[in-house]
Design a protein around this ligand. Structure first.
Ligand code: SF4
Length: 452
């Protein structure tokens, strides 16, 4: 297979398992001239912080940046719903010339008086990075004036890619817990569950498993969390982390600062769900916890395994392409597709880390194309060359699949049904079957994509 690419510098970011280098370049800025599928820095920060239900999310920037709202994300709440709003300072040309700090102060005043929040996040955007508004100073003055926490999120463009936004969000979270909670470290034998944003209620599904196992969940970061819960985050004795791309930095800082260890988990697919539940039980539980965990897994498998087996028979021989945000999801999806008898022939991520790509390379079948920070032309090319029947991705990848006449599954924040845990594994299998085996593909003539 030819790997001729439109942009030569992209060669290092793509490899074919078994035929080329085992290590590919990743965790780097996008190549100039490529249309990266990555979201911007601000968007990366907003993904992490937006599920905090009782916070005000104020976007200091042009109105377009605040197009990101709850309505295009699926985080659910069991309490407040202030987070469903998206507030903006609506910066205009005049503000860009004369500075936007007065407008920001006025916006915070208005929001503090109207909503009486305990917490306001102020997001910096690209233009704020250019004009240099002092978010720290404005936030500090507002915090003092209203006796609440106003936290700047340093997520202006040009400081990096979506990963820099994750880090900006984690820095903002860390400011909430420092320094007063040093005395309350690891007080309870419980876990924090990091990197679950309660899309379609997924965090609730996993919390219910832990309840049945007898494992106490201290705080979920950040799905369905609140200001008061976040203040207790240091009280857990272990952090478990699902979305490592967004939370690895936070987990590392928690370990460094408070001595709270962390472990990677994944609740995607039957194999990873059972493995993660067992490892958590072994880490924080006793013999009784382990017994209850085994009972839970056996109970769930009795119901779900035959369903998955039924779909597997219908999906034999199909091939999947995967392009998702982070490495943990990509790794789990290879295993989850194997549970369905489907081979992954192309796999990539926006922000995967080296160790995650090493695992992907180990798991992938010979001939699988592995690529980091892909652009639309590459995704189209490799989906076609590898003859994938299906693409798993986010909203930006959907039209790429449909143009090629291929099935698509949304595995991003926009979806409205859970894909985590046992119920999620069944939902996923059902969705794969209904989309891949839909009769519609017989009537589609793929668009004019050429490839070598
Ligand atoms: S202007 Fe910058 S911060 Fe706003 S949405 Fe676009 S890239 Fe993101």
């Amino acid at each position: 297979m030819s790997q001729t690419l439109a942009i030569d510098e992209r060669q290092d970011f793509i490899t074919t398992k078994g035929r080329q280098k085992a290590h590919l370049k990743c965790d780097a800025d996008s190549i100039a001239g490529c249309v990266s599928q990555r979201a911007c820095v601000y968007c990366g920060a907003r993904v992490v912080l937006n599920p905090i239900t009782d916070a005000i999310h104020l976007v200091h920037g042009p109105i377009g940046c605040s197009a990101y709202t709850w309505d295009i994300r699926g985080s659910l709440t069991s309490g407040e719903d202030l987070f469903r709003n998206s507030f903006s300072t609506d910066l205009r040309e005049q503000d860009v010339i004369f500075g936007g700090e007065k407008k920001l102060t006025a916006a915070i005043d208005q929001l503090a008086v109207k909503y009486h929040p305990k917490l306001i996040f102020v997001y910096s955007t690209c233009i704020v990075g250019v004009i240099g508004d002092d978010l720290e100073a404005v936030a500090k003055a507002a915090s003092k004036k209203y006796g609440i926490e106003v936290v700047p999120v340093q997520s202006s463009g040009f400081i990096g890619n979506k990963s820099a936004g994750y880090k900006a969000a984690c820095d903002a979270l860390f400011r909430l817990i420092e320094p007063e909670n040093r005395a309350k470290v690891g007080k309870t034998k419980s876990i924090n569950y990091l990197g679950d944003f309660n899309l379609a209620g997924e965090a609730w599904i996993i919390k219910e498993y832990f309840r049945q196992m007898g494992v106490k969940v201290n705080v979920v970061l950040t799905g369905d969390s609140s200001y008061d819960q976040l203040k207790k985050v240091t009280q857990a004795s272990l952090n478990i982390m699902q979305c490592a791309g967004s939370m690895n930095y936070f987990a590392g800082r928690m370990q460094e600062t408070y001595g709270i260890p962390y472990m990677q988990v994944s609740f995607l697919g039957l194999e990873d769900t059972a493995d993660s539940l067992r490892r958590v039980a072994a880490a924080v539980g006793d013999a009784e916890t382990i017994r209850r965990t085994e009972e839970l897994i056996a109970r769930e498998l009795e119901v779900t395994a035959p369903i998955i087996e039924g779909y597997k028979k219908k999906l034999a021989g199909k091939k999947a392409a995967v392009y998702v945000g982070g490495g943990f999801k990509a790794i789990s999806l290879i295993k989850q597709f194997r549970e369905l008898g489907i081979e992954v022939v192309m796999i990539g991520t926006q922000t995967g880390r080296k160790e995650e790509y090493d695992t992907i390379n180990d798991l992938a079948s010979e001939g699988t194309v592995i690529l980091d920070d892909a652009n639309p032309a590459e995704l189209e090319k490799f989906m076609a060359v590898q003859q994938a029947d299906l693409l798993v991705g986010g909203v930006k990848e959907r039209p790429l699949a449909y143009k090629l006449g291929k099935a698509f599954i949304d595995h991003n924040h926009d979806r409205k049904h859970p894909l985590s845990g046992y119920v999620g594994a069944v939902n996923f299998a059902k969705e794969v079957y209904t989309t891949v085996c839909s009769p519609v593909w017989k009537y589609v003539r793929p668009g004019g994509v050429t490839h070598e």
